[in-house]
Write a protein that binds this ligand. Sequence first.
Ligand code: FES
Ligand code: FES
Length: 192
Amino acid sequence: MSRRTFIAASAVGGATAVAGPSLLDAQPAAAAQPAAEPLSSRVSLKVNGTRHTVSVDNRTSLLDLLREHFGLVGTKKGCDAGACGACTVLVDGRRVNGCLTLAVRLEGAEVTTIEGLARGENLHPLQQAFIDQDAFQCGFCTPGQIMSGIGCVRERHTGSAEEIREWMSGNICRCGCYVKIVRAVQQAAGGK
Ligand code: FES
Ligand code: FES
């Protein structure tokens, strides 16, 4: 057999193998699949003092619950990945990133957003401080900065500008208002 006829014969053999019965045909029937997990759950939580009971997709973040189910769009979606702080809200008094928090894990929780701070015409002291200190430009990061600043004050991480900067470092401001944001937190903490 010449090299040419060998290659030709191999090709025919290969074609035959492809055209013949496949290995898959010889497999036993696939095992029955386990029952699918439920895709949604009910969760009951308080948002800004109002109780809500909703059925949500298990993958829904607190950020999407607030914005898309409750229309509370003051909480902003920046990176949606835990890197910018724009989505910061308080859960049971502690600051969290809404984009990293699963809504279904908040059964019984109390959530506070930027919309829940003012009392009628009276702004929260940190909201007022942001105005007094001119601590924003475009304002996109501001709700998250304010909610995080409230946490910073409550946690008493306001002993110095450096300490505030450290404990507010998870909140990014693309407009670069950091100096005035620190001053606003100092004002709300009573240090200025
Ligand atoms: Fe949540 Fe950026 S949107 S950290
Ligand atoms: Fe524009 Fe902070 S004020 S991103």
